[in-house]
Design a protein around this ligand. Structure first.
Ligand code: ARG
Length: 614
């Protein structure tokens, strides 16, 4: 159902009417947003006399979820303060215009809050609109943008380990959600494939008898890296060769380039195996490693020079962005060209900013990288802004370049996650183990599932559990990699949500009813449990947008968990297939179907499969 932003034009249409004029602002299905849109013009009118500076702030009705009612409007208090009036009077003046007729009942409470209780008919009508909508009520971005999402970014010649989990799964989920609301998303995997270490790696490869085009085996990568490092430290002749090799690589020597390419290839094959098993969207087309930006480095230098930003310091070429100091309080430089003539990680990131803005046409860039790199990104963004490569502020009011930071991955013992022998654990082994553990759990719980289904379900549960454990953690906090917890069928876990979804699918199987066939049936929200479940379903739009606005997938997880819990309560209290009469049964089937749709879709936005049977 569509709601005009203004309450004018008489009382709201009777609910149940799902047609309307052509939408100008998209369907509003979040009931809180509907209330806000009805109240906004009234608040704006009242705020008319207030100082221009604070007017926008005090004209917001501030509609929030509430545990005393369905929602609470708090905006009368700040508005009254600005007007020097009594908040209860302001609230009353708003309600006198009867803005919520057909939507909700309203009551003034305490110092001037407005408690909102939605009409059941309104909820039922909104629910029908969501059930009918293939977007499940989630509105599109008003202004679609080109969004570059930089994620995963492992380093060549090293195995991926559990530390790559957060960036890979958070980034992938952000890709899916941005795409869903209509942005054009460009995935970029900024792999570490350039730098001085390639000198030693290539020399070591040559020592092992490699010819250009040699195929290494992936299992050797970590050991290979360590051996090269030991030689570098112990053998001055090797050190010298490695130095010369770096120069050859930088000058594009064909043999050296071929050896380097074989190192990159064997690494990306390994990354791809991890990505496949994990079910993330990254492919070779998304590779945009540091090496790609090297040809643009001279341009970075020229432009910084022309802008008068480049300074010499200790033989290096640097930029001093204002506001950055070291522990001694001295200005901190961003090193562009080191004393030895090499270019740094920061230099290729600057080239990368230019590329993303000017070639890709990005309006926004998200860098999903661990919190320890916070200062690196702040400085790179500051220099890019000084040079005029980044707009000062983005149209939609948010920063054009954002470091989407995250914490560490800890083990069940809350220490850095490591194997028993203290090594970092290979990511691919962890994922295999996750599927194995899930297979065992599925075998026990669902011995009757056909074998083919079991394999699919085990993979969905195992991989889903690993992803969800990461995604459901507030990304700024450390996540905990704990097999027992993540694979549990109880609590805020993937298996719990997947099971809730599969259980609903099985209700329909048992009833021999197609899910789609119940859509369009009327719903009656006879009990508080049905009503609460319907309201939870209607909040999907708000949950998705809250996740986007804060770039925090854990918000979507929390929402889905609440929805599944709400469903569990409903199912305990409201018999579906054995309902008292056909209309009630049909109405409850609508709620079941809508819940399963949102659960399945929401898990999909997290990159997690929702099997129909498990
Ligand atoms: N490869 C880097 C690392 O392992 C991460 C790259 C992140 N992206 C970027 N544009 N700097 O630390």
């Amino acid at each position: 159902m569509l709601y005009p932003l203004s309450y004018e034009g008489g009382p709201a249409k009777a609910s149940g009417d799902s047609c309307g004029d052509a939408p100008q602002w998209g369907a509003v299905t979040d009931p809180l947003a509907t209330v806000a849109s009805r109240l906004a013009p009234l608040f704006a009118d009242l705020a008319d006399g207030v100082d221009a500076e604070v007017r926008a702030a005090v004209a917001d009705p501030v509609v929030r979820p509430s545990n005393r009612a369905d929602a609470q409007v708090n905006g009368a208090l700040p508005l009254a303060k600005a007007l020097g009036a009594n908040p209860r009077d302001i609230a009353q003046r708003v309600l006198d215009k009867r803005p919520l007729v057909g939507i909700a009942g309203a009551e003034i409470a305490g110092p001037g809050f407005i408690n909102i209780t939605f009409d059941d008919d309104f909820i039922a009508a909104e629910l029908s609109a969501v059930v009918d909508d293939d977007r499940l009520g989630v509105h599109r971005a008003e202004r679609p943008e080109i969004v570059v999402i930089d994620y995963s970014a492992p380093n060549v010649a090293k195995e991926m380990h559990v530390g790559h989990l957060p960036s890979t799964v958070i980034g992938d989920s952000l890709v899916r959600i941005h795409t869903f609301v209509g942005h054009k998303v460009i995935r970029e995997n900024h792999i570490g494939d350039w730098g001085r270490q390639y000198g030693m790696l290539i020399e070591h490869l040559v020592d092992l008898g490699a010819e250009p085009g040699t195929h290494l085996s992936v299992g050797d990568l970590d050991a290979f890296y360590k051996e090269a490092n030991v030689k570098l430290e112990q053998d001055p002749e090797f050190l010298e060769r490695s130095r010369r090799r770096v120069v050859l690589l930088q000058s594009g020597d064909p043999e050296t380039t071929a050896l380097w390419t074989s190192l990159v290839d064997v690494s990306t094959e390994h990354f791809n195996r991890v990505y496949d098993l994990l079910g993330v969207l990254l492919t070779d087309d998304d590779l945009a490693g540091e090496s790609r930006y090297q040809p643009m480095v001279p341009d970075v230098l020229t432009r910084l020079e022309a802008a008068g930003l480049l300074t010499e310091s200790d033989g290096a070429l640097v930029v001093f962005p204002p506001g950055f100091t070291n522990r001694e309080g001295e200005p901190l430089p961003l090193i562009i060209k080191s004393r030895s003539g090499g270019f740094n990680y920061a230099t290729s990131d600057l080239a990368c900013v230019i590329d993303r803005v000017e070639r890709v046409g990005a309006n926004r860039m998200l860098y999903v990288v661990g919190a320890p790199q916070a200062q690196h990104f702040q400085m790179v963004f500051a220099v890019a802004r000084m040079a005029g490569w980044l707009p000062a502020e983005h149209d939609a009011g948010h920063d054009p370049a954002v470091h989407v930071a995250f914490g560490n991955v800890l083990g069940a013992d809350r220490k850095m996650f490591r194997s028993r022998s203290g090594e970092s654990v290979k990511f691919i082994d962890l994922l295999d183990e996750a599927v194995e553990r899930a297979r065992a759990a599925v075998g026990e719980k669902h011995a009757d599932l056909p074998d083919g289904v079991k394999g699919h379900v085990a993979r969905a549960i195992g991989i889903g559990a690993v992803k969800y454990a990461q995604l459901s953690t507030d990304r700024m906090r450390d996540s905990v990699f704990d097999w027992d917890r993540m694979l549990s069928f109880d609590g805020n876990t993937a298996p719990y949500l997947q099971y809730a979804h599969a259980r609903i699918c099985s209700i329909f199987r048992r009833a021999e009813v197609e899910r789609a066939s119940v859509r369009g049936s009327a719903t009656a929200l006879a009990s508080e449990h049905e009503r609460a479940l319907a309201l939870a379903i209607l909040s999907y739009d708000a949950a998705v947008w809250d996740t986007l606005d804060t770039l925090s997938p854990h918000k979507l997880c929390t929402y889905l968990y609440d929805l599944a819990s709400q469903f569990t309560t409903f199912y305990e209290h409201c018999p579906v297939l054995r309902a008292d009469d056909d209309a009630t049964r049909q109405s409850r089937l609508v709620l079941c179907d809508a819940t399963a749709s949102v659960l399945g879709h929401g898990l999909g936005l997290l990159g997690i499969d929702a099997p129909e049977q498990m």
